[in-house]
Design a protein around this ligand. Sequence first.
Ligand SMILES: [Zn+2]
Length: 909
Amino acid sequence: MKKQAHVISHSHWDREWYLPYEKHHMLEVEFMDKLLDTLERDPEFKSFHLDGQTIMLDDYLQVRPERRGLVEKLVREKRLYIGPWYILQDEWLTGSESNLRNLETGMREAKEYGNVSRVGYFPDSFGNMGQAPQILLDAGIDCAAFGRGVKPTGFNNEVSDGADFASRYSEMFWESPDGSRILGVLFANWYSNGIEIPTDPGEAEKYWEKKLADAMKFASTDHLLFMNGCDHQPVQTDLTDALKTAAKLYPEIDFVHSDFTGYMECLKQELKEDLAVIKGELRSQETDGWYTLANTASSRIYLKQRNARCEALFTRAAEPLAAMAHDRGMEYPHHLFDYGWKTLMQNHPHDSICGCSVDEVHREMEARFEKAEQVALHIIGECLAWFSAHVDTGKYNTGEGAVPFLVINPTGFYKSEVTKFDLIVKKYPFQGSSVAACLEQARQEELPAYRIVDSEGNEVMGSVELLPYAFGYDLPKDRFRNAYFGRSVRVTLETAGQEPFSVKSYCLVPVTENEAERKPVKAESLFTSEYVMENEWLSCRINENGTVDITHKPSGRIYREAVMLEDTRDIGNEYIYFKPVGEAPVLSGNSEAVLARTEDKPYRAAVQAKVTMEIPVSADERLEQEIHDLVEFRHRKAGSSVRTLPMTVTVTYILERAGKGLKVEVAFDNQALDHRLRMLVGTGLDTPWHYADSIFEVAKRSNSVSEYWENPCNAQHQQLFVNVHEEQAGMTVANHGLNEYEILPGDAQTGKIIALTLHRGVREMGDWGDFPTPQAQCLGKQHKEFALFPHGAGEDLMRSYEEAYAYSSSLWGVRSEMQDASIPDGFTFLKYSTDTLLWTALKVQEETGDVIFRAFNASEKEGELALETKRRLYRSNVLGEKKEYLEQGKIPVRGYGIFTAGLEKKDGE
Ligand SMILES: [Zn+2]
């Protein structure tokens, strides 16, 4: 058969990167103008692939609304290909649900524009998530194109056995751990291998001679792919002529102006039998390890922390709260979610969330996070108000001054923890009174002491702190705003195993005189000696150097000096960490810490350890010159400055009576440049594998590197936790927005060490030029949070994963009125049970009005899920589309499977 050269026109369009968003945007308008003109002028210019993302059209039409008709016509006619994504995300640094919402939004929007491009497009992703084939296939997409993660070896290179991440062809099968398999195409010669095709026959011959040979080196069929474009590449307006020239030069080759749909169809007809099957995550495992760009996980950690918070607010608070309230009559705010999610996802492109752009870009991102967070908090506020007005609290016949309130668990996990929130107990409204009179009343108000009781009248572990008077206001839905002086209390409360998706009522009851002498609930301190805190599961001794020895009581295993700080220089860039050759790290274990008890309540204890490390102020002066001269980081000779400064790091260890983990908060004021600070967690375990929470997958990763790996750093991405375990015991380290970790080999005493990056500061963007980024130094006050969950054998491992997931979300408290109302106290929206599945979503699907429940199997073995619901239940795909009805009872879920259930809406909903 005649060889076919498929030329696909495209431009990879980073919305923001080495230029601020609006500068790229203005260039995009210019680019799109020219593209549309070319498509209109030249009917032989068949089509253009608009980079797999729909947001490019939104951005364009924001400035050129008059061209919407033309854009939609071109999409319908399949001359402009858009989607399936909304934006081109970083797959590792955005949560499981964010990755899906990106696909769902992109496919919906592309359909609205006129047509969806059904190829999973990852041109520039810094590695690819292992569950991409499963997600795409479930959404009806059976092929993907990607630029990184697999090493192409070409004809002349042997592919050795076990080289799972190398392929001799650019075409391969890509398989998720659950066995879902799609056709994958690697841009073996990058996505610019058909850029700027000459029209002049002489130049064209030279061009094609090389390009054809390069493509044939990796192609498994007679269909050769040429990507006619690159990053922000203007449209080649004379492409038609260039292809005519090529056709004349090579009559034996069929040059077609192609598109992905056509190209993939051709490939599928002729696939070779010996195509490699690449399994799971594509993390460039078989490369030298320098350009995996994994250290984008620690560039500008403040962005990752903001993102983790926003994702938690949407998926583990606002959506499930709204679904629960909707079940009881509240309208589900689809429009607000759509807007909020889009605002958040605008921070998810790979150059954005990776923190590898110029400072202007990341400043704008902070405003977007702010906006997204406000949307989520608004929805949460509306839901809390709904429950406040509709939950029955009539049973609290506790007399005058009693204040009922609700604690709501919107997550899919049991919550045993100490939660804290403020409740207004008294208001003096300005309406009908003078401000001065209100002030006087609020000042004079003598609030009683309160105790907390539950609906059975039992006193609950916690405390109630009276707060000083303060200004406040209500915004009634049907009247003018209502300002007041109010009195509030701060309620601290221990919940013991509050059920998933449940609302529980409590009451503040004034302590009367004859009660004042009553015995409080069992109230022993958690301290067993000066700096030893102990609960049912853990005993934690804070050492003189500020580290901690943790004894996991059920397994008897002791983790010694489990938390130690490590500081090193970084003369790399936003993409890549690089330590000056030969320099030793500064370790906190060598210093003496100042210890203090900071909390000693029966439900919670805390010890603060202040450690001061003497670290260099920055890299030495050579670094500036080397950056200026574009010396690649690997060849830099810069070392550390001889000047040092004392960096004081405050590590607070928090143990709760009801919690199985030790929470750790780290605070410091960073004034040093060019360095990385990590927390080293010695596990005492010696294992070849570890497990990282990733996208709908707890990924099993090797502790060692391949023989090709040269980078001394093997940092990796995580979502909510990383775990190291042996058969009898293990350690799960959960985090709030700390996406980078590394497993260090350690020694006989420490065992494998989990190194968690807390801070990384660099002075330049890196990549293709000199782009200074002073704000990437992350100067100023920093606050980081993580938690250690040691666990025992068997099921305990999965329970520790659940604890880590539960750690990533909060309970919500709201004041209520004494009222007889329709929602019973103790209301649980959905009871479910499972052995190995982890919950990720509960929301209402816009198209159907049905409730969507999603979880994934964190184990390789088949798992079980049972949902207790009176609604009709069906299996859905990841897009929320109905697939098949399910019987009530236990539902088997294949190993590593993502399971989405639909709960049909009730009549009248
Ligand atoms: Zn890019």
